[in-house]
Design a binder for this molecule. Structure first.
Ligand code: NI
Length: 187
């Protein structure tokens, strides 16, 4: 196992649609090593998810891990570390909400993105068994962000108001205090 380098916005592989994995590939050592390395990499960099293209492997594979508990978005559900192979998303309810997203491939920035908040995820696990899960709220945003990477899409592509693309330091300094101020909720 090893920590791999996460490629950054501007690297062409982040913009290339990834290829689907053949179920026969799931038993290969190469793929298991990739998943082990992605887990090490996610834990080393810190984050809630990582898609294979971010470590320059253009295959349809992503991992997500949400520790749950309190956050600035309110209490979050826990999603144990899960591997998603060839995932698809079905929007169950068009109602959307926005979150300030960040990305390990776009370090130092935050951007406000609105996405549907009730989705169904279908995928295979690493053993080739089907996964079928539904997510609401912030986790729904996380899955759409991660799986966008498999199509060569970055969250910055989905920002509709570019005044809401900011540096992390300024986010913490100017925007977080406003988010925490009930007088200015939603601002
Ligand atoms: Ni990302």
């Amino acid at each position: 196992m090893a920590v791999r380098r996460i490629i950054r916005m501007g690297h062409p592989l982040l913009r290339q649609p990834a290829r689907a994995l053949d179920p026969e590939e799931l038993s290969s050592d190469v793929l298991h090593r990739l998943v082990a390395d992605m887990i090490d990499t996610l834990h080393d960099y810190g984050g809630v998810g990582l898609a294979a293209p971010q470590v320059a492997e253009p295959v349809r594979l992503a991992i997500v891990e949400l520790s749950g508990g309190p956050s600035r978005y309110g209490p979050l559900p826990q999603v144990p570390l899960t591997v998603f192979v060839n995932p698809t998303i079905e929007v169950l309810d068009g109602e959307s909400a926005g979150f300030w997203e960040g990305c390990l491939s776009v370090p130092g920035l935050r951007g406000f993105v609105e996405r549907p908040q009730h989705i169904r995820v279908k995928a295979l696990d690493l053993s080739g068994r089907p996964l079928d899960m539904t997510f609401e709220g912030f986790p729904a945003t996380v899955f759409q962000h991660e799986f966008d990477h498999l199509d060569g899409t970055l969250y910055v592509d989905r920002i509709t108001d570019t005044t809401k693309l900011v540096f992390e330091e300024e986010f913490e300094r100017y925007l977080v205090p406003r988010m925490l101020d009930p007088e200015d909720a939603g601002g």
